[in-house]
Design a protein around this ligand. Structure first.
Ligand code: NDP
Length: 284
């Protein structure tokens, strides 16, 4: 099977499984292994890398900058701006600092990390200015629920948003009720964070669930690969697992070519039912 890909509205195709970087760059002693993990992931086809100015206070961007040095053109690079920086001069300065840490001239995608007190109009204006200045190719948002997305679409230029990055894994399926269909209708992919349900306060033991383990045994793959294949079963969802251990990186890349059949998906549906009412958006 060919590696699964997802199409952004501007026609750029990216792998359906990329690489996250939260908690990278925290410790100097881990720097080399984190750089190597990202480089291995790129070699294995996970060429979309997600980072943020927030992670390790810029430390994760430094790790990414080192990992992509000399191979920037092989990578689709995503970073995020703090809500308090997402407008006016602050947005320009924040983006320039991210670019410096990432040792690159341009981001492929720049996301509003979550909604703060700066008006969406102002954020869109800043994003469009950064785009015009060639500092970012496209922009998007993160952690916005459907009412926020509707509001964004009513702001001038708001419909140029390329994605919404939100929490999504088998034990947190709230977005399937309204937000995921909304994104499909508006032709933007969703970037699924915490796709392995391993990090943050909402840590769930998805990977150790008997159904995931049983499906993994039958397919001779890992339960993480089943979890990622499940998240990326739709053609408009990109999973961004974070992995430093080389075994994990290999595992996650393997999910690029793993598709679940309807019976397997039905078993996961039984084990982790999708909510039948609108749920508040999960965040970490
Ligand atoms: P993940 O669900 O990706 O879990 C990461 C954890 O899972 C790490 O401890 C990692 O271990 C472990 N792991 C990775 N691969 C495997 C595997 N194959 N088998 C078993 N364990 C594995 O959680 P994250 O919170 O990191 O989310 C992914 C990314 O999403 C973040 O790194 C970040 O880029 C983004 N994100 C965005 C947010 C937002 O607000 N927009 C919020 C949270 C995350 P190890 O590293 O030791 O290999």
């Amino acid at each position: 099977m060919n590696a699964k890909t997802v199409l952004f509205p501007d026609g750029i195709r990216v792998p359906a499984v990329g690489q996250g970087t939260w908690f990278m760059g925290e410790k100097e002693s881990e720097f080399r292994s984190e750089v190597s993990a990202l480089q291995l992931g790129i070699d294995l086809g996970m060429t979309l890398i997600d980072t943020a100015e927030m992670y390790a206070d810029g430390g994760a961007e430094r790790v990414v900058g080192e990992a992509i040095s000399g191979r920037r053109d092989q990578v689709y690079l995503v970073s995020k701006v703090y809500p308090q920086n997402a407008g006016g001069e602050k947005a320009i300065a924040a983006c320039e600092q991210s670019l410096q840490r990432l040792k690159t001239e341009t981001l492929d995608l720049y996301l509003l990390h979550w909604r703060g007190s700066i008006k969406l109009e102002e954020t869109v204006r800043a994003m469009e200015a950064l785009q015009q200045a060639g500092k970012i190719r496209r922009w998007g948002v993160s952690n916005l629920d459907t009412p926020d997305m509707n509001e964004l679409w009513n702001v001038p230029g708001g419909e140029h948003c390329q994605t919404n990055q939100v929490l999504y894994h088998a034990a947190s399926r709230g977005i399937e009720y309204e937000l995921l269909p909304w994104c499909r209708e508006h032709e933007i992919p969703v970037m699924a964070y915490c796709p392995l349900a391993q990090a943050g306060n909402l840590r769930h033991e998805v990977l150790h669930h008997p159904v995931m383990q049983q499906l993994a045994r039958v397919r001779n793959v890992s339960s993480a690969q089943i979890a990622l294949a499940w998240v990326t079963r739709f053609d408009n969802v990109i999973a961004i697992p974070k992995a430093v251990q080389p075994g994990h990186v290999h595992d996650n890349a393997g999910a690029l070519t793993l598709s679940l059949n309807p019976e397997e998906i039905a078993l996961i549906d039984q084990a982790f039912p999708t909510p039948s009412i609108k749920m508040p958006l999960d965040i970490v």
